[in-house]
Design a protein around this ligand. Structure first.
Ligand code: ZN
Length: 424
């Protein structure tokens, strides 16, 4: 049993409408990988006299950060493909760079994935929602002491779904879930997976209790393809997938189209949702779907300001992702939080913390296990050193999160499921 002592503790989950739960002169008791108690340090010391003490005085302890949308298999392509204003062209060049890299043996996938995990943990990310194609990556991820939801990515615009069904069933049969690994399913996007693929994934998700994700409303080209059936996506898909071009255009905006598919009432994590009409926002509210906003990747592609604040106001669960290193400079959610703080200085720092923690947990359907510091939840925790003394931050600790977000400090301790995986 371990009793962690710290200056501040942010639980990151409280009753609706209240502030982020904050305790000063605080402690967390960790036993068997779980949070056994949390609150005031002195009270915990009296209650758990035999616990070994880990003294992190001068630090703030937060729930481990959650990167809800990434593609770790692309980590070898960090900033290698410049964006020149045309998304489909960028995807095309990304594919070329990937094939070229593989052919030339420029990077070893195993090493790339391992490094990506080390980098994530160092920055305080304890959980990743990783979208990838094929088993190899998640067999590699299984070796890493980071929590992960491995989303099996599936494509297909043709009528015949046998191949997709076989592939997804194989993924389900051959994946060994463990304490840190769960499987999820991911129809890629509405322009690369027809509605039958979505329905298949939703049905299998329901049968096997798997989380679901997809890319949605990411670009104007996607809207063009869904509304008119034409545009650069059509040409690219025909070229790349040997697709005959037979596709009944929905004639609808992406979110409206997605919501009208019959998806077995399964909740999806919708990556991006950069382009959404007012009517679609209204349709999305009150549903169980979450949105993964990837702030710096969004900025990389120069999309208009993301509607995440409106979504939060409407009660839509918005979490954070880095997307892949092909469109971002790091896998750090702390960097995303700091970017948000700079770009949206009026944004409540508690809201930024929730997007990076409990909202991500809900989106990945892991909120019964992680996302906040609660008795009974698993102990995924990070500690960051603070500059000032506890008393100098005021009683509600608002200045603590501001300091974390306005500085460049990194976690001095990272714990996953009760195990310290990094400590300075
Ligand atoms: Zn993505």
């Amino acid at each position: 049993m371990l009793l962690i002592r710290c200056d501040w503790l942010f639980e990151a989950e409280v009753a609706a409408g209240a502030e982020v739960g904050v305790v000063t002169e605080a402690g967390v008791v960790v036993e068997d990988g779980k949070v056994a108690a949390c609150g005031e340090f002195q009270l915990l010391r009296e209650r758990f006299g035999s616990a070994e003490i880990l003294d992190l005085s001068g630090c703030v302890v937060l729930p481990g950060l959650i990167n809800a949308h990434t593609h770790l298999e692309l980590s070898g392509l960090r900033e290698q493909v410049a964006y020149e204003g045309d998304f489909v062209d960028w995807v095309d060049r990304l594919g070329q760079a990937r094939r070229q890299g593989k052919k030339l043996g420029q990077w070893d996938l195993e090493e790339v994935v391992q490094q990506a995990c080390v980098e994530s943990l160092r920055s305080g990310v304890t959980t990743v929602g990783d979208v990838c194609f094929g088993h190899r990556v998640w067999q590699m991820l299984a070796q890493q002491k980071i929590r992960k939801v491995c989303f099996a990515e599936v494509f297909g615009l043709g009528d015949d779904l046998d191949e997709q069904r076989d592939y997804l069933n194989k993924c389900i049969e051959q994946t060994q879930p463990d304490e840190l690994l769960t499987l999820g399913l991911s129809p890629h996007a509405p322009y690369s997976a027809q509605s039958g693929v979505y329905r298949l994934a939703a049905q299998l998700g329901r049968e096997h209790g798997l989380a679901l994700t997809t890319h949605l409303a990411e670009t104007m080209e996607e809207i063009e393809f869904l509304v008119s059936g034409e545009g650069p996506w059509r040409n690219y898909l025909k070229k790349m997938f040997n697709w005959d071009g037979d596709f009944e255009r929905p004639g609808k905006m992406p979110v409206e189209y997605f919501l009208e598919m019959e998806l077995a009432e399964q909740d999806f994590l919708l990556a991006h949702v950069n382009y959404i009409t007012f009517d679609e926002l209204e349709l999305l509210r009150g549903r169980g779907h979450s949105v993964a906003y990837c702030p710096r990747s969004h900025n990389f592609f120069g999309h208009p300001v993301h509607p995440f604040q409106k979504m939060l106001e409407l009660g839509i669960n918005v979490c954070l992702g880095t997307d892949s290193l092909a469109s971002n400079s790091s896998l750090s959610i702390l960097d995303e939080m700091r970017f948000l703080r700079r770009e949206f200085p009026d944004l409540d720092v508690g809201a930024i913390l929730r997007m990076a923690t409990i909202n991500g947990a809900k989106a990945l359907q892991l909120d019964d296990k992680i996302g906040s510091i609660r008795v009974g939840k698993e102990a995924d925790l990070i500690a960051l050193p603070l500059v000032k003394k506890a008393a100098d931050y005021g009683s509600n600790g608002a200045g603590v999160l501001e300091e974390v977000l306005d500085s460049e400090i990194l976690p001095g301790m990272v714990m996953v499921r009760g195990e310290i995986v990094r400590q300075d």
